[in-house]
Design a protein around this ligand. Structure first.
Ligand SMILES: [Zn+2]
Length: 315
């Protein structure tokens, strides 16, 4: 008789059983890649797939359903999907999604019908912020904002862990006007911060200064740290409009924290830190995002986690 051995087996069995029941799937759809993961209640990734996203709508739906089937297990209770675009409040219908041909899709209804699980669709920055606010930073309650710096500039807001989306498009922080006579923006106005502090805008600044077109933000930071004037000036021109936008956010909403994320989030945070101290009223409670590329899938999973639904759910 070996009580210890038996007990060990018993414990392993129950550990597996406990890991099985409570999990959700998070999907993070990007302009070029789609990430999917099985997420435990504490936000850990237990399985993950990354693929090129299929941009046409029939192929896209088939891809989403295949990833869900590959990752779900007996304990999967719900599916969260982050989309790089605008989502209609209430219906969660996709209004726009950048380069993907999925505008107008009722992805929630289609996936629910096929997968037989509850589905929530929300903006990808909202999903990323749910994860950053839950496990990335000390500040977890109150108003937390996120600004994402990539090809364009996106954003999101959570209040006490719960997304704050207004009628569906609150958090479009890329469209804070910082230069009224600045360049035309996709939104129909001029001088939005997206036209001056996005990755696209940085590329324009680099080419305008006769630097090699493949110069990266990290190269500029390294060269500026070595005292080179031109890279330092480019970084200042890139970050200064963003500082004005962030000061406006503080003036409007006085958040506990503004997370700077997206593909160029760390570089923008570093460029902002290089700016000389301004003399405005507004201190900036900013921090670089901590979860990297995983934030989107973790947040999409946490957003639909039954145990968290009362405070993290997207409705
Ligand atoms: Zn705009």
């Amino acid at each position: 008789m070996s009580p210890a051995g038996g007990c060990g087996k018993f414990r392993a069995y129950w550990t597996n059983m406990r890991e099985g029941p409570e999990n959700t799937l998070g999907l993070d759809v990007g302009g070029t890649k789609i990430r999917a993961a099985r997420i435990s209640a504490d936000g850990r990734i237990h399985a993950r797939v990354i693929e090129r996203v299929t941009p046409d709508r029939d192929g896209f739906l088939a891809q989403v359903l295949r990833l869900i089937n590959d990752l779900r297990d007996a304990g999967t209770t719900a599916i969260g999907i982050g989309i790089p675009g605008r989502i209609e409040a209430g219906t969660q219908r996709i209004l726009s999604a950048g380069y993907l041909d999925i505008a107008g899709m009722d992805l929630r209804a289609q996936v629910e019908a096929q997968a037989g699980l509850p589905v929530t669709v929300a903006n990808d920055a909202t999903m990323a912020l749910i994860a950053e606010a839950a496990i990335g930073h000390d500040e977890k309650s109150g108003l937390i904002l996120m600004v994402t710096i990539g090809t364009g500039i996106g954003g999101a807001a959570v209040m006490d862990g719960r997304p704050w989306q207004g009628g569906g498009i609150a958090g479009q922080f890329g469209h804070i006007v910082v230069t009224p006579d600045g360049p035309e923006c996709n939104c129909g106005r001029r001088g939005c911060v997206e036209t001056q502090s996005s990755g696209t805008a940085l590329g324009r600044l680099i080419v305008g200064e006769d630097l090699p077109a493949d110069t990266q933000a990290g190269d500029l930071l390294a060269r500026a740290a070595n005292g080179e004037a031109v890279p330092a000036a480019i970084l200042a021109d890139w970050a200064e409009p963003m500082r004005r936008a962030l000061e406006t956010l503080v003036a409007v909403a006085d958040p506990k924290l503004i997370v700077i994320g997206g593909g160029l989030g760390a570089e923008m945070a570093a460029a902002l830190a290089r700016l000389p101290k301004g003399n405005s009223w507004f201190g900036l409670p900013i921090a670089a995002a901590q979860l990297g590329d995983d934030a989107g899938v973790i947040g999409a999973g946490l957003a639909v986690m039954p145990a968290r639904e009362d405070h993290a759910g997207v409705s």
